[in-house]
Design a binder for this molecule. Sequence first.
Ligand code: AMP
Ligand code: MG
Length: 346
Amino acid sequence: MVTEVINTERQPEAGTRQGAKLLREGALVAFPTETVYGLGANGLDEAAVRSIFAAKGRPSDNPLILHVSRKSDVQPLWDTVPRRARQLMDAFWPGPLTLICRRSAIVPDAVTGGLDTVAVRMPANRTAHMLIQKAGVPVAAPSANLSGRPSPTTAAHVLEDMDGRIPLILDGGPCRYGVESTVLSLCGAPTILRPGAITLEMLSAVVGEVQVAKSILAPLGQGETAASPGMKYKHYAPKAEVVVITGETQKIAKKVCEMYNLAEMQGKNVEIAATIQTKGFYKGKKCVILGDRNHPETLCATLFSSLRNIDERADLILAEGIPTDHAGLAYMNRLLRAAGFQLIEA
Ligand code: AMP
Ligand code: MG
């Protein structure tokens, strides 16, 4: 199969029209969102949804998010729309917040992995919005990477993983946030299953107390089940080994330098994922500046693309940890998973 790429910054109408036609025919289309690139299929077409799992190599019990272009489109997908869901939709949709409620009968089992709940989001990205609207159906879409790889934040990343596997990629430029949506379950007490750009603090301001699922910053223990099936799988992993170093900023930098020197003596290709506050400590060492420690959303925006990039050169990545409030929770969640939870306290 030949994979066509259409730039929707130059051709928004023609690109999304062709994408919507393919979706209605049961084919897969990769498209930009404000979080990461998605791999879309008609969410009400069981066979089309199954082909997403095949193209990604995704385990079939890991459910997908349905993407809609209007708030009223959630009504047919959930058995009821709780009051808290309405409040959150009014506050954060369109945007990077996914809400989970009890499913209705029209949602195929392939979407939910057999669960009695379904996740729905309304993206803000213009290409995504136009594509979903033109398709006229909810669009099931996980991130458009091969299962286990870092999520794609540019069309070039999607092509790396999906070339020859899907007919069309819509290229709308780099994604604004760079990490996947916040996933919030509203079945019972509101609980964050996956942190994202809509933070715990922002959600609490609208609905009061919000809980955080246990598996967000620590691996699941023996016999523990994941609140979100995706959490039990290896994720976001580059081929290189990743180690996270946490603690007070100056101590982190000192520890990173020690580890770097040791790794180099052992003949390893080592590189540092640094921040603007610490780059001065790493003179003469290979390092990439991800962003600003005081603005974790800047680190989120570059994390996956940096991991893909550094991965082409290094076999060991030393990455700095940050505090886990605000967008720091999303950043540390993705980074720790990329590191297989290898964490060193400086
Ligand atoms: P991705 O599609 O790669 O962004 O992953 C979607 C994430 O949402 C995965 O971690 C899923 O496990 C999670 N998810 C989707 N639907 C549900 C659901 N009904 N219940 C719990 N988690 C869900
Ligand atoms: Mg994913």
